[in-house]
Design a protein around this ligand. Sequence first.
Ligand SMILES: [Zn+2]
Ligand SMILES: [Zn+2]
Length: 319
Amino acid sequence: MSENFGWTIEKMAPLWASRSLPELAPGWATLQTELAGVCGTDLQMLRGYANFDGFLGHEFVARVIECDRPEWIGRRVVGEINVGCGSCADCQAGDPRFCPGRTVLGIRGLDGCFAERFRLPLTNLYQVDDLDPHQAVFAEPLAAALEAGIHLLPGREVLVLGDGRLGSLIALALREKHPVTVLGRHREKLERLKALGLSICQQTSGLWPIVVEATGSAGGRQQALRVCRPQGTVVLKSTVAESAELDINLVVVNAINLLGSRCGRFEPALQALRSGTVDPRPLIDQILDLNEFPQALQSRGFKTLLRGPAGSGGPAASR
Ligand SMILES: [Zn+2]
Ligand SMILES: [Zn+2]
C-alpha cells in the first residue's frame, strides 16, 4: 500500500485527499498523470450524478511507471476507461463498454486520473509517444464525440445543440462527414467556433435531419426533439444530473429515431488525431496544475487541462 493524493467529492465539492494504492494486480499498470482533461461529466458528478466515491477524472495522457511488462515502462499512453469483468459475452468480444460488471475510471468503482497516480489494465492502454500530449489528452472525449456519428448517414446536415466542451468537440469530429452547424447561447464561444470554420447560430426556425444534443441540460433534450424534422434522428450525448419531463409523444408522432450515445472506441479517435482530421488543441483555454482543479469549475470556456506530476515544465514536475 502507498499513499496517493487526488481529487475526491465531499458534500458536492472537490476535496484534495489521500487514498492508498493497493497491490498492483497482474496485467495492470500504474500510471502517472501528465495531462488530464476536465469534462462536463466531472461537473455533473460534483452535482450528484453517478454517486461516486473515489478520485475523479477519466480523460488523460500519462506515463507508465509500474507494470509486469518492462517494454511499457516510461511509455506515454492514453487509455479506454471501461474495465470489464473479462468473462461476459461483451468482454469476450473485446468490448467492455457495456459489461454489466464493469468499473469505469473516475466514474464507477475505479479511482480516476485527477490524482498523482492511477491504475488501468495494460489491455486498455494505447501508446502515443508520437503525439503532442495536448492532442493525446483529447483521445477519450474525441472517441465519445466520433461515436455520436457512427449510425449517421454521411453527407446529411447536422445541428449540434450546445456550444460547450462536448458540443464543440462533436462539431469538430463530425464535420469531416457532415455539414455541421452549432446552435449555442454564448456569442464568444460561437465566434471561436466560427473562426475554426464551423457554421453557428443562436436560434433556429428550421427542422434538421440530424440533431445532436450536447447541452448538458434537461431542456436541451426537449429542444432537440422540437427542432428535429419528421423521420429525422436525435442523438443524445449528454448526461444530466437533474431529471425532467420529456414529451416522448414527439418521438412517436414525428417518427424520430432516438439514439443514445456514450463512450467510443479509441482507434478512430487516435487515427483522427494522427492524420490531423481533427485538431482539438484550439479548444484548450487554460492549463492548471493538478492541485488547482477547483479553479476549473469557474471556467466558462471549452477545455481546462490539469497538469499532473508527469507533465513537463510545470511546478508539479519538480516535486
Ligand atoms: Zn468525459
Ligand atoms: Zn464483462
